[in-house]
Design a protein around this ligand. Structure first.
Ligand code: AMP
Length: 394
């Protein structure tokens, strides 16, 4: 049986097709620049990658092209082989603490929480609609980025704001990247030779978006993102946490709207804002190497925030067995991992400099006497989505 795992963004659609239950990847790819004059696609089957341009006025054309290619490339003999489509949905609010089969009621509930993720949920819904139309026989399943964090206690998820904001508008911490935090924390337990409910781990999902999660005995008990993915750590283009009064101060100084200032915090802050060079960590590493102070500072602000938050989580969980790095930077930046772990020297965490040179492969990178295991674990959100979808079919 074949299952597609889908991540639909506002102008992109990423997919991976699995043969289940073994989980062999049959093909994967991405459609980009949807809604722009010329869109593009990248389609990989085994080691063969095809790239090209095509008109993609909406997500529906991307889905049609994808399915036509699966047939023409003989990845499937008939579309009826695809029995399930798993969709990444960014915000499930307080409604969804697990993955669910998509029904008319579920669609309404996803729409209801869309104002908590106005950039993401509408795009996710477009993906769902396109696949439901194109593959009416397949089961459609929603897998939420927020679901894993629904185990947080009130003391972790509440803000100290007027209580009515929570009652009336559901203002609280939700957390994101839950699928990745779940996958990596479970894998860490396997590497430790224990069950997830026997260990405490911290997962650092550090990509263009970045969040940390404290996973105590298999459950998320704290995480760094908040009501929205703007909170927590400095990221590629996002500021992370700051004094909220700054927003009003800048709005007054520059005579701009609050929306406009928030837009700067989402799109013109973090790496790009501080360095003035790039939101991409690779560019900053090159610039820092050449002596650019602001590039170094941009990365240092992130390292410090990561290590400070990890220290909080170590205290909150009364100790941790492992710290795990994942996502673009976490998997590929020895510099990031070294600088973060060195800041945790007080806790006895150390890193093995040689093992830490690894990129994109699973690796124990702990120093020989490290009090905390340090792992590099490539994330695999697509696999979690496919597995959850498979459960609804089997
Ligand atoms: P993601 O959002 O998970 O795709 O991560 C994107 C981030 O990972 C960008 O800041 C990239 O610069 C960073 N990244 C990807 N590959 C490398 C690499 N080889 N070395 C350093 N950073 C990398």
């Amino acid at each position: 049986m074949k299952i597609i795992s889908v991540n639909a963004g506002s102008s992109s659609l990423k997919f991976r097709l699995f043969d289940m239950p073994q989980g062999n990847v049959l093909c994967e790819g991405v459609y980009e620049r949807i809604t722009q004059p010329i869109g593009s696609f990248k389609f990989t089957i085994q080691d063969q990658t095809a790239k090209g341009e095509l008109a993609l006025p909406t997500h529906a054309e991307a889905v049609d092209d994808l399915l036509a290619r699966l047939l023409s490339e003989r990845v499937v003999a008939s579309l009826s082989e695809i029995q399930g489509v798993g969709h990444r949905v960014v915000h499930g609010g307080e409604t969804f603490s697990t993955s669910v089969e998509i029904t008319a009621d579920v669609l309404k509930a996803i729409q209801r929480v869309s104002d908590l993720a106005p950039l993401h949920n509408p795009a996710n819904l477009m993906g769902i609609e396109s696949f439901t139309n194109a593959l009416p026989q397949a089961k459609q399943v929603a897998v939420f980025d927020t679901a894993f964090h629904q185990t947080m206690n009130e003391e972790a998820f509440m803000y100290a704001t007027p209580y009515e904001w929570y009652e009336q508008f559901k203002v609280r911490k939700y957390g994101f990247h839950g699928t990745s935090h779940l996958f990596v924390s479970q894998r860490a337990a396997e590497l430790l030779g224990k069950r997830p409910d026997e260990v405490n781990v911290i997962v650092a999902h550090i990509g263009n978006g970045a969040s940390l999660c404290a996973v105590e005995k298999g459950k998320s008990v704290e995480t760094s993102m908040g009501l929205t993915p703007l909170a927590g750590l400095p990221m590629g283009t996002r500021s992370g946490d700051l004094d909220p009064a700054i927003i009003q101060y800048i709005a007054n100084k520059e005579q701009r709207s609050l929306d406009d200032v928030i837009n700067d915090l989402n799109k013109k802050s973090g790496f790009i804002g501080v360095s003035g060079i790039s939101s991409d960590n690779r560019d900053l590493e090159v610039a820092a190497e050449a002596g650019n102070h602001r590039a170094t500072l941009a990365m240092t602000l992130q390292n410090k925030a990561i290590a400070d938050t990890m220290a909080q989580y170590i205290a909150y969980m009364k100790g941790v067995d492992a710290i795990c790095f994942t996502a673009g930077l976490g998997e590929n930046s020895p510099r990031l991992r070294k600088e973060v772990i060195e800041r945790l020297a007080y806790f006895g965490a150390t890193i093995n400099q040689e093992a830490n040179l690894a990129r994109g492969v699973e690796m124990d990178i702990s120093g020989p006497n490290s009090s905390i295991k340090v792992y590099l674990i490539p994330t695999n959100e697509e696999w979690v989505i496919a597995k959850d979808t498979y459960q609804f079919i089997s």
